[in-house]
Design a protein. Structure first.
Length: 306
């Protein structure tokens, strides 16, 4: 069936439902001659008469009734499908699937997500939480629309990685337990000798720290390896070690004085929050709009890479 055939059936179904060519033409935004032409073309194709004329319009023949019993359901399904697609296009409905780690979700995605949800409440948003390698795997598998990840990103060439804003890794300590370290310049080797609390190995943050310490000829051997930065802050507050976190995670505790930031002789270079997309996949209207909101939100940020 070609597109012309499909249009014939759509016209036939509308005429059959209206029982009148004039009303059908108005509903279809076609001229009466165009409607009549479609009906004649379909009758030629099927080699039968589908309508008989009446004083008030048209009436289905037996063959027309048999055909309408099938096309009515088909056209209704097509109409529903068109309605769903238009709703997705206009962001009245649809879904958005995003992958992110704790840090990128809380300090990068959350505020743009609030804006998106307020503007498009009909779009259902699913956020999958996990470390960067897991997020990239889900993106390759097509399980998410895009991922918000932190560098360094060991991604296949098939993915597009765009940096958006800077991250600053710091080391924080309890003011009550480690007052002797406040204001002291600490080298990477001296830092590594302290009881450190870091993220687990399957994270981009840990991979970055391992590389940074390695570049200073020392190996990172944490006292504690934890799953989330929130836990690292709690361990640091209780004096269980020196916490390695992105500065934003400890901002409240640093401001209150419960924690202080160690002064480093050499500071780790800034990293980036990146958006990962798969060029081989077509982004939904919801995903495109959310990415636009993120870009607008961060393009004037002082740490922006845009």
């Amino acid at each position: 069936m070609n597109m012309a055939d499909l249009e014939w059936y759509r016209v036939f179904t509308t005429v059959a439902r209206c029982g009148n060519i004039t009303r059908a033409a108005e509903e279809l935004f076609l001229t009466q001659p165009a409607v009549s032409q479609c009906i004649r073309a379909l009758e030629r194709e099927l080699a039968c008469t589908l309508f008989t004329r009446t004083p008030k319009g048209v009436r289905l023949t037996r063959e027309g009734e048999a055909l309408y019993s099938h096309t009515a359901r088909g056209c209704e399904a097509i109409t529903r499908g068109e309605r769903v697609v238009r709703g997705m296009r206009d962001l009245e409905t649809g879904t958005l699937a995003v992958g992110a780690a704790d840090m990128t979700l809380q300090f990068f995605l959350l505020r743009p997500l609030e804006q998106f949800h307020a503007a498009y409440p009909g779009v259902r948003v699913s956020v999958t939480n996990g470390p960067t390698p897991e997020t990239l795997d889900k993106l390759r598998q097509g399980r998410i629309d895009f991922g918000a990840v932190s560098s360094p990103v060991d991604a296949a060439q098939s993915l597009h990685i765009a940096p958006y804003t800077a991250l600053h890794d710091v080391f924080v300590a309890s003011s009550a337990v480690f007052p002797n370290l406040r204001g002291k310049s600490v080298t990477p080797a001296e830092l590594c000798a302290l009881p450190l609390v870091c993220l687990e190995k399957n994270t981009s943050t840990r991979r970055f720290l391992d590389g940074w310490f390695g570049s200073h000829d020392t190996a990172l051997a944490p006292e504690f390896e934890l799953a989330t930065s929130h836990l690292i802050v709690q361990f640091a507050l209780r004096g269980l070690g020196i916490g390695s976190v992105v500065r934003d995670f400890a901002a409240e505790q640093l401001a209150s004085g419960a924690l202080f930031e160690l002064t480093l002789a050499e500071t780790p270079p800034p990293r980036a929050v990146c958006l990962a997309t798969d060029p081989a996949s077509v982004l939904s209207a919801a995903a495109v709009r959310f990415l636009d909101i993120i870009k607008t939100y961060y393009e004037h940020n002082e740490d922006s890479f845009l």
